[in-house]
Structures are given as structure tokens and as C-alpha cells.
Ligand binder design. Structure first.
Ligand code: URA
Length: 238
């Protein structure tokens, strides 16, 4: 791995413009592997590099892969209009390094949301060919009947879709609750499927993507973490 100058390293990690990073370094705000460095031209091998800015330590990462337990009331769009964007829940440098949500959850949907600045990863995860199942816990406005579950499993016709769409699996988990697994990620898909099957979605939470399960991540709503290699390997078709 080629060495890089400290100002470039900090810029690549989202800590602001090169000029700003140079000022931080000159002001003695940056330490590398525990030692304060005031010369922005000092160069370092980025492999295994840890740097401290304003007393907070970060590992160098070529790309970041994050998971957020999304709370309600946040938009996933790049230019949020009615609610704050999900990026406001993350440290500011992730916005600078152009971290984006992988796919979208509605503003009122909660649960697992992946984010990354790796375009190839985002593209691959969002591809309709990928068939990574997504598990949702939906709370229905009306009581859940066997007929509703059967309809969702048989397939329902959504407006603007050429053919009926079926849940990969669906089961009742309470009087008003179902767990539904979908392979596609169409706009408002769970809500539209429930409506097409004769009920109405009152609340929605995404609880798993592939084998990555929210319950195993220990994240409260609004909390995020980096995904490690093992967790990334769970984002595959079953
Ligand atoms: N289906 C929906 O209706 N909304 C979401 O946010 C995700 C899936």
C-alpha cells in the first residue's frame, strides 16, 4: 500500500477540505498512532492506521460499511424535504465522504438500514438480480386473518406492476402482526401489498437483510455501527 500524506488521509476520511485538514494538523489537533503530528506532509502507510482528532480516535478505512437502526421520522433520500435525513444520525465525516443509504426505507419505517460510500457495494446490494431476502415485521390496522396471509403468499396485484407479487414467506406473529419476507424492494412494497390484500399497514420495521439480523446487532433506535467482514458475509441470499 502506497504511503499518503496526512492531509490527504484526513480528507479521504471525511474530515473536511485539504486546506481545513492542514489547519487541523498545524494546530496540533491530530495524532497518528498516538503521536501528535504537525507537518501535513508527513506520510503514512494507511494499512492499520489509527488517528486521533479532537481526542477521538478513528481507524483508517478505505470504505465504510455501516448499519443503522433507523428510528421513525427520518428520510433516506439525498435531499430530504419533510423530515431530517438519516445522515444527520451519523458523525458528520460520513456525509463528507459521501456515505449513502443502500436502498430506502420510508420515513415512518424503522429498523435495519445499510449505508456505505462504496459505489460498487451499493450497486450490488441494490440490484434486483441479487435476491437478498428482507424480513419485515408489519403491524396491521385490522386483525390479521389466515386469508390475508394466504393472499400475500399467493401474490397480490400492485398498481403499475405487470404481474402479481408474492411474499417469499409470511406468517402471523400476533393478532395484528405479520412477519413477511420479500425479495424485491419496490416502492412502499409491504404497505402496498398489505393494502392490496385488504388490510392496512400501521407500522413497519425491517428486522433482517439476508442473514443479518437486527436482534443480533444490539443497536437501539438511532444507533449505528460498522459492519465487519463476518456481518457483511451475511448479506447474501439464504
Ligand atoms: N416496504 C414499505 O412499504 N416501506 C418500506 O419502508 C420498506 C418496505
Amino acid at each position: 500500500m502506497a504511503k499518503q500524506t496526512l492531509d490527504r488521509i484526513l480528507q479521504s476520511q471525511g474530515f473536511g477540505s485539504r486546506k481545513w485538514c492542514r489547519e487541523l494538523i498545524a494546530d496540533g489537533e491530530v495524532a497518528v498512532n498516538g503521536t501528535v503530528v504537525t507537518d501535513y506532509r508527513a506520510s503514512f502507510d494507511t494499512e492499520g492506521l489509527a488517528f486521533t482528532i479532537f481526542d477521538e480516535t478513528w481507524d483508517y478505512r478505505e470504505h465504510v460499511y455501516l448499519v443503522l437502526n433507523k428510528p421513525p421520522g427520518y428520510e433516506c433520500s439525498r435531499k430530504p424535504s419533510h423530515h431530517p435525513g438519516v445522515l444527520t444520525l451519523l458523525p458528520e465525516q460520513f456525509t463528507w465522504r459521501d456515505v449513502q443509504p443502500v436502498g430506502r426505507l420510508d420515513h415512518d419505517t424503522t429498523g435495519l438500514l445499510l449505508l456505505s460510500d462504496d459505489g460498487a457495494f451499493i450497486h450490488a446490494q441494490s440490484s434486483p438480480k441479487r435476491h437478498v431476502p428482507k424480513l419485515y415485521l408489519a403491524t396491521a390496522a385490522e386483525e390479521v386473518t389466515d386469508a390475508l396471509v394466504e393472499r400475500l403468499l399467493a401474490g397480490v396485484q400492485l398498481h403499475d406492476e405487470p404481474a402479481p407479487i408474492a411474499a417469499l414467506s409470511c406468517r402471523r406473529v400476533g393478532t395484528h402482526r405479520i412477519e413477511i419476507v420479500l425479495e424485491q424492494g419496490k416502492y412502499h412494497q409491504v404497505k402496498r401489498m398489505l393494502a392490496a390484500a385488504g388490510n392496512h399497514c400501521a407500522a413497519l420495521q425491517r428486522t433482517a437483510i439476508g442473514q443479518l439480523k437486527l436482534e443480533n446487532l444490539g443497536l437501539e433506535e438511532g444507533e449505528w455501527r460498522y459492519l465487519d467482514a463476518e456481518q457483511l458475509s451475511l448479506l447474501v441470499p439464504a
